[in-house]
Design a protein around this ligand. Structure first.
Ligand code: SF4
Length: 364
């Protein structure tokens, strides 16, 4: 049966990311495991290396996963080359290794949105140069097709369509993504991150009031009104769309607020560093804070989900009480109002963050 190519959409500007394996200590080959199709590569590997069969731990239809030892894949040589590639050629490498680090896939309708995996120490290149840097869309598409990972049957079997915001369709969401990518591509090296958000529909005044209120609530540093751009702006612009893809189910105004909060968090946090933070550091902080940013991005809106019953694990009466108040009020009075009331009992910024993490899990 002939497989139709599934449409791909790269969720970042063309030629802006760059990775150089020769300068890396093969982070992707150190204990992450690998897997692939029994038809394409795994059947061959089990035949060539029978010992691998002892480390399988998951099979779903045609896909089989193998665990690898902490610290180094079975096939990682001392010179950081892959033994499979050396012995049998690149085409025999597991598909997931071929496409790494561009192996985060989210399905919107029938289109697969591809974003990078930040385990890889990607650089953000300014200006972007498609065709020169390794994050070039055309080159990545060729590799993904070669890996067969996104062939029609695999997409149908393994990738469920993402939940979309109310009243949106896959076409409208993808159109917004295409516009956002264009805005980011034009802004990198030229504009501030906040300008990208306002060019994408965020209202400057509302956003500024929202950021001020959050900063007060969470004891984050107050938003600066500087008109100067810096290196953090470029990294945030490059990473904004991968983050937006994580918030596919959020209505666009809320997702833009979450991104703006992400910038405020980064600028509050990284003041203690001497060197500008690397993209990997920025992305991992944003990623670890996804649930918190999502909850705060509700602002005055009410949460729609009833809180899941979860015992407050704090062993501290002030936190338990504050948690009770916030959970009681978020659905009826809006998130900000509920937090403002709950935080009256919590002067410590660290406790406020802990509680917000907990609440974010509870209302998810
Ligand atoms: S893909 Fe990234 S993590 Fe893996 S070896 Fe290359 S630079 Fe390192």
């Amino acid at each position: 049966v002939v497989q139709k190519p599934v449409p791909l959409f790269f969720g970042f500007p063309d030629g802006v990311f760059h990775y150089v394996c020769a300068e890396c200590d093969a982070r992707c080959c150190r204990g992450q495991g690998f897997g692939g199709s029994l038809t394409r590569e795994m059947g061959f590997l089990f035949q060539e290396y029978p010992g691998l069969a002892t480390m399988t731990h998951m099979r779903q239809r045609d896909l089989m996963d193998v665990a690898t030892p902490a610290g180094s894949c079975f096939f990682l040589r001392g010179d950081n080359l892959c033994q499979i590639e050396v012995e049998h050629g690149r085409s025999r490498k597991p598909g997931v290794c071929l496409v790494f680090p561009f192996n985060r896939f989210v399905r919107i309708g029938n289109t697969i949105v591809v974003t990078p995996h930040i385990l890889c120490p990607l650089r953000v290149q300014v200006p972007a140069r498609p065709g020169v840097y390794t994050g070039t869309h055309a080159a990545l598409e060729a590799t993904i097709r070669e890996s067969e990972m996104l062939d029609e049957k695999y997409v149908k079997w393994y990738l469920h369509s993402a939940t979309l915001p109310p009243k949106e369709t896959s076409e409208s969401v993808l159109k917004q993504h295409a516009q956002f990518r264009e805005t980011c591509a034009a802004a990198i090296g030229n504009s501030r991150f906040i300008d990208v958000l306002t060019a994408s529909g965020a209202n400057v005044k509302e956003l500024s009031a929202f950021l001020n209120r959050t900063a007060t609530l969470m004891h984050w540093s107050q938003p600066q009104t500087s008109t100067k751009r810096d290196g953090i702006d470029d990294v945030l612009i490059a990473l904004a769309q991968p983050m937006l893809v994580e918030w596919t189910s959020s209505p666009r105004p809320r997702a833009l607020r979450a991104l703006a909060l992400g910038e405020r968090l980064i600028r509050t946090l990284f003041t203690v560093q001497i060197d500008p933070p690397r993209p990997q550091a920025i992305y991992s902080v944003l990623h670890q804070s996804i649930a918190v940013l999502s909850l705060l991005s509700y602002g005055d809106e009410r949460t729609t989900n009833a809180p899941r019953k979860r015992k407050a694990p704090f062993g501290n009466s002030e936190l338990v009480f504050a948690s009770f108040i916030a959970q009681r009020d978020m659905k009826s009075q809006g998130v900000f109002s509920a937090l403002e009331k709950a935080f009256k009992h919590l002067p410590s910024p660290a406790d406020r963050t802990v509680l917000t993490h907990h609440l974010a899990q509870v209302v998810r």
